[in-house]
Ligand binder design. Structure first.
Ligand SMILES: NC(=O)c1ccc[n+]([C@@H]2O[C@H](COP(=O)([O-])OP(=O)(O)OC[C@H]3O[C@@H](n4cnc5c(N)ncnc54)[C@H](OP(=O)(O)O)[C@@H]3O)[C@@H](O)[C@H]2O)c1
Length: 389
């Protein structure tokens, strides 16, 4: 039985906890289900690390993880910090309070295990340096965290992604639905990308659908989505477009185009005066967001008169041989691939030299803890060598 060891960075977060639960329920060694079970040997959060190269005992008790997860979801819904899983891990023998990811790397290297562990990054931090160290030492990574793939330099992106079976990053876009693997295969096959267009923000998609219905103003829609937990804690993080910008940079780079975040022409969801409101508190921004109501209502009215709606679209086009990457609100016909999106759905439409008449299209949820954790486990399968069926 060959075990696939994993170390989960960000184990106490939303995705991390769901991943731990799914691994314990479906993949752990004690289940005797897989020929290559997943063996959880370490967890890390900002507080500290827990490592046991034989496997952490928590992976043998999915019901316990489910209880801790339910408690954390309850705490978060009350606006309190998620402490249930964190406190449990802290009480375990061998927990190293205050230890960093660098310490975790050293422990695993000293055990001679660097090439036999997949580090799973489900943080949202700038872990670029850590990813580099792992890859330079012959290690493996699966990441849902966009930062190291979108915000690093082009050279670092190439270094990280050099060995496709050692670095899985498909979960950084569309929660792992398959846009990255399609483009990665295409690049390897010299199937040149001619254009990419897509809606990559479930939050902004939902916002467009609410505003099209016309029952609420922009400021009311922001408030409604924030209350439902559909926005980032600071909705400006969604409205600025920067999260979408990172996703289109990842897709452009995967297609072989040298594109950096600074190259993207970003038009925020709301135009006039948005950037001037970046220094105020969230509550003050929520109160001031009324100033955008008329501008947004007028845009949706104008689109409706043409039988269209609005979508926040990211696009890559090749102009004079160079990639041009843009984001902004755009009118779309109601029956078009992007105009017809429902709820918080994401979609990407890709033309390549092979897919030049009918594009490759992919629609999928762009977020969701279970979808994302499942696709991280899918990435783990790709990294198994000598897989037994
Ligand atoms: N939610 C989705 O549906 C979805 C879909 C696709 C991709 N993603 C991506 O997945 C990642 C995780 O999302 P999430 O919703 O689970 O976030 P989250 O709930 O905020 O969890 C983040 C976790 O990362 C830990 N962390 C942050 N910086 C760290 C560091 N430097 N070292 C060690 N641990 C660190 C945090 O620990 P502390 O609690 O100690 O700070 C926390 O446990 C994000 O990058 C997100 O963009 C999410």
């Amino acid at each position: 039985m060959a075990l696939q060891n994993i170390a989960v960075l960000g184990a106490t977060g939303n995705i991390g906890t769901e991943l731990l639960r799914e691994v314990a329920e479906k993949d752990a060694p004690g289940l005797d289900k897989h020929k290559n079970p997943t063996n959880l040997i370490a967890t890390a959060s900002r507080d500290g690390i827990l490592v046991d190269p034989r496997g952490l005992s928590i992976q043998n008790d999915p019901a316990l993880i489910a209880r801790l997860q339910a408690r954390d979801i309850e705490l978060a819904s009350q606006g309190k910090p998620r402490t249930a899983l964190r406190d449990y891990l802290r009480e375990q023998k061998g927990y190293q309070e205050g230890a960093t990811l660098g310490d975790l790397f050293d422990v695993i290297r000293n055990q001679g295990l660097i090439e036999d562990v997949v580090f799973i990054d489900v943080t949202a931090g700038d872990l670029t340096g850590f990813h580099q160290t792992v890859m330079e030492n012959g290690g493996r990574i699966v990441t849902a965290n966009k930062v190291p793939v979108a915000q690093s330099s082009w050279e670092v992106f190439k270094l990280l992604t050099e060995f496709r079976t050692k670095y899985g990053y498909s979960c950084s876009v569309m929660a792992g639905a398959g846009a990255v693997p399609f483009l990665r295969d295409g690049f390897d096959m010299s199937d040149t990308v001619e254009s990419i267009e897509g809606c990559f923000s479930g939050t902004l998609g939902k916002m467009c659908n609410l505003l099209y219905e016309g029952k609420v103003t922009f400021s009311e829609a922001v408030k409604q989505l924030k209350l439902a937990g559909d926005t980032e804690p600071d909705p400006r993080d969604d409205l600025s477009g920067m999260d979408v910008a990172k996703k289109i940079v990842i897709l452009a780079r995967t297609s072989g185009y040298e594109v950096n975040l600074e190259d993207v022409e970003v038009e925020p969801f709301v135009a006039g005066g948005f950037r001037e409101l970046s220094d105020i508190g969230v509550e003050e921004f929520m109160a001031k967001s009324k100033i955008f109501d008329d501008e947004i209502a007028a845009k949706f009215e104008a689109a409706k008169k043409e039988g269209k709606t609005l979508r926040y679209v990211a696009s890559l086009k090749i102009e004079n041989g160079k990639p041009v990457v843009k984001l902004g609100l755009r009118e779309e016909k109601l029956d078009s691939p992007l105009g017809s999106l429902k709820g918080n759905g994401n979609k990407v439409v890709i033309y390549t030299s092979a897919y030049n008449k009918v594009p490759f299209e992919l629609a999928a949820p762009g977020s969701g803890t279970s979808i994302t954790a499942g696709n991280i486990r899918r990435n783990l399968l790709e990294q198994l060598e000598n897989r037994k069926m």
